[in-house]
Every structure is written in structure tokens, then in C-alpha cells.
Ligand binder design. Structure first.
Ligand code: SF4
Length: 777
């Protein structure tokens, strides 16, 4: 295990230290002598967001499958950790090897959101890498950008040596091959710039968006790294299809991920089976831009339906017309999360403009299905500021929402975001509404959408404003990004982190008028991003814009024939499979008399900084990976039956945790110990197992690393949860390095609280270890 350059004192002082320790299950570690090239997969957002991103999982797996190449993860530290890294002179490091960012061969940033640009700059600064490509020299890493934002890289060209446009899995493999052949930085950059889909800023070339022709040529990874802390999407999220040909005219993903390509049913099923075994997750999500368009949706739903409900299925946002009784039936047969639909516009006219293709009848028909299936909560997405929007379209959001609320009767959330005319969409030349007009719409909706069952949510107009500026920005904006970062902008996508002042100052300092970027654009001149060949023809986009203005529909090329966007050429085309016979992934298991076991576990090293909830989740996943057949609770959402002794306070290590585990299949305790022990992450050991029921603990014994002395007067108290607890009621014994603290009426006191209050030489939590749990007879 590589040493963390950040000490325990620092880890204890920051929020969620589990973000910074690495060593997770399925993390890839390679011996130094076998590695010739190191890639840093840098994600300009926090661990919880980056670890949820499917693209990072694909690239991590692709690169680490290559002998001699080691891809490691680097996420943006939260403000407190960023300050600690700076103050400690430590610098940003990777999770796997704890290697400083500046010592990688290639640092690749995934850019999925324009508001992450200042975070990229801060990460470069923290990593000790010169900000501008022009300032980097031999010995510096090659800094590469990829991800959706690179379809318009103009505002960030100065900061990158190379830009990857399009899908990255083949590109990174080819980059790794270049690194195998040469060590010289300039030679590497020159050779990488020759790869299809790679652009070298300043070069007089027309880079073409890279497309992976057949997703089955690269099965989705199954050995997913299991996060230490709960993340945004804590589940097996498997990409079942890429691209969409519905042709919604506002949707950038629908244009820049064409053509539509499915993974085969067999490939998806194989990955799912492997991923369940490799991770121990109990939630599966199928990822696609429009999941109900999957040709084998019914087959796969039947196949992954878990009769015991021990594994749940997540379904992302659905098109209203995609909800058939069968789909709703399936979703309700698994767990019942909130249902989400995206009508986007509230009037038939505006839906025709955006080519949404669904009608109010579709919406109400779907509504009655989900209501009948017992859903209690529904979320609807709308946009404001769409081309040709009139007052009546905004008013209609209120009328339609109220009509839906009246029929649905459950909790209805209306989520409204501002339209951004994105590059390479038919609306790329259109005007974006100014923040003030956007705010007016929100105020109107707040005033007119008052209903006891409706909750209105909206995206901050300032964020939409900035996203719009940078989406359609030019090279001048790189100065603004730099000035904003210098003024303190960092992790801008987080509401509590957004620094509006820094952005205002940055625009003023650089003399750039932000509102000018919202204006409609001339169709007679190239746009700042049109030096890129997105493969979607400009004439198609112009034609679609015209059709929008006339409210003319454009059909789905999958079902109604090619509509001439220009993407499909040679062997690039839509890939759609047929329905096949279902292959059940789960089987009902016969019930047996449960056998109870008490397993002794530890919580050591950096895992002392993991919350009790995350610790318990780690243990549950280890049990599932081990193949031990745990007993689940009954009811609609079964949960693994697992009870444990009260966990130690944050930062305290433990050699004495106990869990009660009931198994449906009786085994020798030694086998339970061995099977579970093999599957636990570093920092947790299984140290004992007996066939018994967990007793009631009455005290814990703690040992400290350094000796301490206490000065406690009779009658002294410690405040806990609003109550003053008499210390003498709890502290049963102490000497200069141990303490025995009682549990009374389900309450106990932390040894750190006692040390803090009564020791002349206060110790930190990380210097304390729970060494024994005393059970009553
Ligand atoms: S080229 Fe034709 S078939 Fe291919 S994605 Fe475009 S519209 Fe569809």
C-alpha cells in the first residue's frame, strides 16, 4: 500500500476524508518495475461525482488492461483539502500510488460541464503543472482534454497540449501505444496529434469526432472500483446503448453521440453477472439516453428481475411515450423509486418546435399507468427560453402541472432549467435568454405554481448563464477562466461553492462583455467550434432549424429511414438488436432455518475515517461478494439483516467490532470467516466468527498511542445530544493509556470527548483505538 502524503491530523480535519485515501476494492495497483507509462485520469469535480461517471470507469479499465500502462484516478479536492494541500506543500496526488500529478506522463481531464474549467486550472496549480501548454517543457506531463465539452474547446485551448474529440476508448489506447514507442514529450505530442479525433491547439487541421463503431468490441467494465464513501450513483451503472436518433432539436447529446448503438443483450448480461460478483452492489442501473428505446428492453427487464427483490433496478429519466404497461409493471415489480419524465415544453406547439414528438395524450396515458402501479412521487422536467417561446408557453407549465397534480395526487416535482443553445445542435445559432429574463420566469412560476402537492425546483440562472457563455465561447474566454480562478472560483457547479463575485470581477478585469455571448449568431460565418468536424452536416442542422420554425416534425431514422444527418458512412451506422429469449439472472432460493453468526471485525488504518454508515455498507458488499447467503428482511424493500455493536466515533480505529450475520445456508464458522475475510477491503480484517447471537455490550475499552493524564473533579459532566452526562457514570476505569467506558441506557461517551475536556495533553481521535468490547452475561 502506498503511503498517503497527507497525515492523519489533516485527514481528521477535512470533510469526508474517505475521498482522499484510495485503496478501494477493485482499485488497480501495478508493481513499479512493470510500469513504463502512467496516465492520470483527472476529474474536475469531487470524488462522489467522478466515481459515478461511466466514462472514467471505461477509460480506467481500458488503460489498465494494457501491460506497462497504469491509469490512476485524481479528483478535485474539496476546498478544505485543497487548502491543506497548499499549506502543507503537498500538492495534488493520485489515489492509487499517491503520486504527485506533475510526475505522470499524461494527465487527461474529463470535461463534462463548462463550469468545471476553473477547477481544471486549480487542479493543475495544485499538481504543480504549468497552466499554459506553451509554458510546459520536457519532463512535464502531456495535458489532454476529453469529454462532451471538447466539441467546443475554444475557451480552453490555451491550457491543453491535446484535445480529444469524441469517444475516447480507442484514442487512449492509441495514445498509450505512442508512449510505448517514445519517451520524448515533443515526439509523443506530435505522434498523438496524428490520431483520429485528436486536435493539437494551433494546428491547421480539421479534427473529426471519433466514434466507436461497435460497443460490443469493448464490453462495459465489470470490476468497478467500490467507493469508500457513498457517491452520487452508488450502483452498477451499465451503459446499454450510446446515441439517440429521436432528433430533439435542443439536445446536444442526441446530435454528438450519433449514431445509435446498442450493446448486445448477451454482452450486457455477461457484464451484469460479473459486476454483481465483483462488487457486491445491490442496485443495477441501465444507462442510455432514452432507455425505453432499447430494442430488447422487455427481455432484459424480465431477465434482471430479482424474485426476492434483494437487487433493485434503477431506471433513469423516461420519455413519456416510452412507458408501456409492461415497462411500468417491471419497474413496480422491483423497488419503487420516484418516477421521472421529461416533456421539456408544456404546449403542443413548442414541443413541435423542439421535435419532442410526444403529445399530451402520451403524458396523461403514462400518468394513469404509473398512478395505477402505485407510484407516489413524480418529477417532470421543463425548459424555459426555448426558441419561439411565448408567454403562453410559460403559463402552460403551470396549467399542465396543475392538471397533472390533480390526476396524479402524489408528490409532484416540477424542475425547470434554462435552455442553452449548444454547439452542433439545430439551435446553435439561436439566442439564449439573459439571466434577468430567466429570473422573471422563475418568479412567475413561483407565484403561479402554488399547489400543496407541487414542489418547484429550478437551476440557478447565474449557472445557466455561465454555462451558455462557455458552451458557445471563443478563445478570448480563456483569459476569463484564468482570472476567475485567480479570484477564487473553484468547484463552480456546487451551489455552496459558486463564487459569483469572482466571475463578475473576471469579466470586468478582462474587459469582456458576457451578455454578448448570448446573442443569436450569424449563419453566414463559421462559429468558433466549426473547425471541428462533428460528422453531423451543417446543412442538416440548418434544415432542422428551419423545420423547427415551421413546427415540422423530423422522424426517428431508426424506424422511419435516414433523415440525412450525415453521420453514417462506410461501416458506421445505427446498431439495433432483436428481442431474444430472457435469461433470468436471479433465481428464487429455497428458504432454510437461518443460522446466526457473530463475526469480529476491525476498522484500521485510514478506514478509521470512514463513517459508520459507509463501514456497514462495505461489510454488506463484502458479504455479497463472498457468496455467503445472508438473510434479508421481508417486505417491499428487503434489506440484508445485519446488526452491529455501536461503532466508534469518527477517527477512532477499532480492533473490536462485531456484526450479527444470519445465513440461509449453515456453514462452519471457520469457513464463514475465511470467505468473508477474502472479500474485505484493506483496513478491515475478519478476526473471529462463532455461531451465536450477538449479545448486548456494556462497555468499550480504548487504548491510546501516547500516555495521558486526566483531571476529573466529582460531579463533572460532558454534554451530549443536548444532555449533560455525569462522567463518573460512564468512565469505569482509566490508567495512563487505557479507558473503560460504560454504555448506560444505550448512551456512551466518546473517549476523545473525555480527553478533550479533562486531559492536560489532549490526544486526537486517530491516536485512540477501541481494543475490546465487553458483553453482559
Ligand atoms: S446518417 Fe441517417 S441513419 Fe445515420 S444517424 Fe444520421 S439520420 Fe440516422
Amino acid at each position: 500500500m502506498h503511503m498517503n502524503p497527507v497525515d492523519y491530523r489533516t485527514l481528521q480535519s477535512v470533510a469526508k476524508p474517505g475521498r482522499y485515501i484510495g485503496g478501494e476494492i477493485n482499485e488497480v495497483v501495478k508493481p513499479d518495475h512493470e510500469v513504463h507509462t502512467r496516465f492520470a485520469l483527472a476529474f474536475p469535480d469531487t470524488y462522489e461525482i467522478g466515481m459515478s461517471h461511466a466514462g472514467i470507469k471505461i477509460l480506467y479499465h481500458t488503460l489498465n488492461s494494457i501491460p506497462g500502462v497504469w491509469a490512476q484516478r485524481v479528483f478535485a479536492p474539496w476546498h478544505d483539502m485543497a487548502d491543506a494541500l497548499l499549506e502543507g506543500g503537498i500538492g495534488l496526488y493520485s489515489l492509487e500510488e499517491k503520486r504527485p500529478l506533475r510526475l505522470f506522463d499524461v494527465v487527461g481531464f474529463s470535461l463534462l460541464y463548462e463550469l468545471s474549467y476553473t477547477t481544471v486550472l486549480r487542479m493543475l496549480k495544485l499538481g504543480g503543472i504549468p497552466l499554459h501548454a506553451a509554458e510546459r517543457k520536457s519532463g512535464d506531463p502531456i495535458v489532454v482534454a476529453g469529454g462532451t465539452c471538447t466539441v467546443n474547446p475554444s475557451p480552453i485551448l490555451d491550457f491543453f497540449d491535446l484535445i480529444v474529440i469524441g469517444e475516447g476508448e480507442e484514442v487512449v489506447e492509441e495514445m498509450a501505444a505512442v508512449c510505448t514507442k517514445t519517451r520524448d514529450r515533443s515526439e509523443r505530442i506530435a505522434a498523438m496529434a496524428e490520431i483520429e479525433g485528436v486536435y493539437r491547439p494551433g494546428a491547421d487541421t480539421r479534427p473529426r469526432r471519433r466514434i466507436l463503431k461497435n460497443l460490443d468490441s469493448r464490453p462495459f467494465p465489470s470490476r468497478l472500483v467500490l467507493p469508500h464513501v457513498s457517491i452520487v450513483h452508488d450502483r452498477i451503472g451499465i451503459e446499454v446503448a450510446r446515441g439517440c436518433t429521436r432528433g430533439c432539436r435542443f439536445c446536444q447529446a442526441g446530435m454528438i453521440y450519433r449514431p445509435y448503438r446498442e450493446r448486445s443483450f448477451e454482452s450486457v448480461m455477461e457484464t451484469l453477472g460479473d459486476a454483481l460478483a465483483a462488487t457486491g452492489y445491490d442496485t443495477i442501473a441501465m444507462l442510455a439516453l432514452s432507455i425505453t428505446d432499447l430494442s430488447y428492453i422487455n427481455t432484459i427487464m424480465e431477465s434482471i428481475s430479482c424474485p426476492s427483490r434483494e437487487v433493485s433496478i434503477g431506471i433513469p429519466s423516461l420519455r413519456a411515450e416510452g412507458i408501456t404497461k409492461k415497462v411500468a409493471d417491471f419497474i413496480s415489480s422491483v423497488r419503487k423509486p420516484g418516477f421521472t419524465m421529461a416533456p421539456e415544453a408544456a404546449t403542443p406547439r413548442l414541443r413541435e418546435v423542439i421535435n419532442k414528438g410526444n403529445t399530451e395524450e402520451d403524458l396523461f396515458r403514462s400518468l394513469s399507468i404509473i398512478k395505477e402501479m402505485g407510484w407516489k412521487s413524480l418529477k417532470l422536467y421543463f425548459m424555459t427560453g426555448l426558441p419561439t417561446e411565448r408567454d403562453e408557453d410559460v403559463e402552460a407549465i403551470c396549467t399542465l402541472s396543475r392538471a397533472i397534480a390533480a390526476q396524479f395526487r402524489g408528490n409532484l416535482t416540477i424542475s425547470v432549467s434554462g435552455f442553452i443553445p449548444k454547439p452542433f445542435t439545430p439551435f446553435q445559432w439561436q439566442e439564449q435568454i439573459a439571466p434577468r429574463a430567466h429570473e422573471e420566469v422563475i418568479k412567475y412560476l413561483q407565484a403561479n405554481l402554488r399547489h400543496r402537492n407541487i414542489t418547484l425546483r429550478w437551476q440557478d440562472p447565474s449557472l445557466t448563464f455561465l454555462e451558455g457563455i462557455f458552451s458557445r465561447g471563443d478563445e478570448k474566454l480563456s483569459r476569463v477562466v484564468e482570472a476567475a480562478e485567480s479570484a477564487g472560483a473553484y468547484l463552480d457547479g456546487w451551489g455552496d461553492s459558486f463564487n459569483a463575485r469572482a466571475w463578475k470581477d473576471a469579466f470586468e478585469k478582462t474587459g469582456i462583455e458576457p451578455l454578448s455571448y448570448l446573442a443569436g449568431r450569424s449563419r453566414d460565418h463559421p462559429l468558433p467550434w466549426e473547425f471541428i468536424d462533428s460528422r453531423v452536416e451543417r446543412s442538416f442542422l440548418l434544415g432542422e432549424e428551419q423545420r423547427a420554425m415551421h413546427g415540422s416534425p423530423t422522424s426517428d431514422c431508426r424506424s422511419d429511414g435516414c433523415t440525412g444527418c450525415g453521420v453514417c458512412t462506410g461501416d458506421i451506422s445505427n446498431i439495433v438488436y432483436q428481442e431474444s429469449a430472457p435469461q433470468p439472472l436471479f433465481h428464487a432460493s429455497p428458504g432454510q432455518e437461518p443460522a446466526p453468526y457473530v463475526v469480529g471485525l476491525t476498522k484500521e488504518d485510514e478506514l478509521r475515517f470512514i463513517s459508520p454508515r459507509d463501514y456497514l455498507e462495505m461489510v454488506k458488499r463484502a458479504i455479497r461478494r463472498s457468496g455467503l447467503k445472508a438473510v434479508y428482511t421481508r417486505g417491499y424493500s428487503p434489506a440484508m439483516k445485519l446488526s452491529m455493536t455501536p461503532p466508534p466515533a469518527f477517527g477512532i480505529a477499532s480492533l473490536s467490532e462485531y456484526v450479527q450475520l444470519d445465513l440461509r445456508e449453515p456453514l462452519e464458522p471457520a469457513e464463514v470467516l475465511q470467505r468473508l475475510g477474502r472479500c474485505l477491503p484493506k483496513g478491515i480484517r475478519a478476526v473471529s466468527c462463532v455461531q451465536a447471537r450477538l449479545g448486548r455490550p456494556y462497555a468499550f475499552v480504548y487504548r491510546t498511542q501516547r500516555p495521558f493524564s486526566l483531571n476529573i473533579e466529582p460531579g463533572q459532566t460532558i454534554e451530549k445530544g443536548g444532555k449533560d452526562l455525569l462522567v463518573s457514570d460512564y468512565l469505569a476505569y482509566y490508567d495512563d493509556s487505557t479507558m473503560t467506558i460504560l454504555i448506560r441506557d444505550g448512551r456512551t461517551i466518546s473517549p476523545v470527548a473525555i480527553l478533550d475536556a479533562f486531559s492536560g495533553d489532549a490526544l486526537s481521535a486517530w491516536e485512540v483505538t477501541k481494543v475490546e468490547t465487553l458483553f453482559g452475561k
